[in-house]
Design a protein. Structure first.
Length: 365
């Protein structure tokens, strides 16, 4: 016998329980959320108000700063306009000053040119005064000169030469080297006729130098002229050891005449020339030496065919040792090829004795 099925019920107790539990859970969840939302809603307005106030304050500060910035910008623009105006004024003033300075410079240049012209005129006048004074002195000295030296150009350009003194001794080198300044020409001229030797430019220059020197003698003074080569002898025969009167024009003319007819020859014995100084009585107070190189001997005769530079320096030293002290020696040095030590040694002689050293130029006197 078949079992009788139980009728199906849609809403059973289990289902209702489940629905009740679920519904209750939903209500509980809603209540919890509602409470949190309510709590949150109750707290938010105060915080929002505070934040709102803070934002309003910041907005007010920002607006205030904006106003200040605008005011500052306006002030800066105003100052900029003022500065630009001042700059324009300064530029205009600078232009005016430049124009005035240009005018002043023109006036200054004209003034400077005028001053320079005046200075030039003053200088020219001073030179003219010096020239006139020199002419006056020359004319005065011409009146006191014993002789006149005629020639071209200005003969008085020697400086430092002491031509004063009561007794002047002139020593003239008349060795063969006085024929020329080059060794080859000296050898060539040495074998020429007498007239050709007398026409040698170097010897004629030495003679003209003596002529110039005698024209500078002081009235009332005394003089003597000696020639030396291997030996020393007075230019006027028979006047050995005797002083001649500078006022005696005849003796001066005779001395120059003999000198012009003297032929340069032989070696150079400077020691003999220095011994002349002590042979005169009284001794000279001024010595003028005309030479062209170092001596080649210190004795009247020599057997040597050649002389070294060391020997010539030794001969020079021996000659200088014959010179008494406190007597100035003024040296006129004429050019000679290859004698390189001569200028220094002769300068040393002039310096130590208190005289002067003159390297004679080709166009003097």
């Amino acid at each position: 016998m078949a079992r009788k099925r139980r009728p199906f019920e849609v809403f059973s107790m289990s289902f209702l329980d489940c629905m009740s539990c679920g519904f209750g859970a939903v209500i509980l969840f809603f209540m919890i959320i509602n409470a949190q939302v309510k709590e949150t809603t109750e707290d938010d307005p105060s915080e929002l108000m505070a934040e709102t106030r803070m934002l309003e304050v910041e907005i007010l500060e920002g607006r205030k700063n904006l106003v200040l910035a605008k005011n500052t910008i306006e002030e800066l623009e105003s100052e900029k306009d003022t500065a630009e105006g001042r700059i324009a004024q300064v530029i205009a003033l600078i232009e005016e000053l430049r124009a005035e300075l240009a005018e002043y410079d023109q006036d200054t240049l004209a003034e400077i040119e005028r001053i320079e012209k005046l200075q030039t005129d003053i200088k020219n006048l001073e030179e003219e005064v010096k020239r006139l004074l020199a002419m006056a002195e020359a004319q005065e000295s011409e009146g006191n000169r014993l002789r006149e030296f005629k020639g071209e150009g200005d003969r008085q350009y020697l400086t430092g030469l002491k031509l004063g003194g009561e007794r002047t001794l002139i020593l003239v080198d008349r060795s063969a080297s006085m024929l020329d300044e080059k060794i080859v020409n000296i050898i060539r001229r040495r074998n020429m006729p007498v007239d050709d030797k007398l026409r040698a430019v170097k010897w004629r220059q030495a003679v003209a130098s003596v002529d110039w020197l005698t024209a500078q003698f002081v009235p009332g003074s005394e003089f003597q002229i000696y020639l030396y080569n291997t030996e020393a002898e007075p230019v006027i025969e028979g006047s050995d050891g005797v002083w001649l009167k500078a006022d005696d024009a005849t003796q001066l003319d005779e001395a120059l005449r003999v000198l012009r007819r003297t032929v340069p020859e032989g070696g150079t014995n400077m020691k003999a020339a220095m011994q002349v100084i002590t042979s005169l009585n009284p001794w000279p107070d001024n010595v003028i030496l005309l030479a062209d190189g170092l001596p080649t001997m210190d004795q009247p005769t020599s057997n040597k065919r050649t002389v070294s530079g060391r020997d010539r320096a030794r001969f020079f030293t021996n000659a200088v040792n014959e010179l008494p002290s406190n007597i100035p020696v003024n040296v006129f040095l004429y050019p000679l090829e290859g004698d390189y030590e001569a200028p220094f040694l002769y300068w040393l002689l002039a310096y130590r004795s208190g005289g002067s050293f003159i390297s004679v130029s080709k166009d003097w006197p």
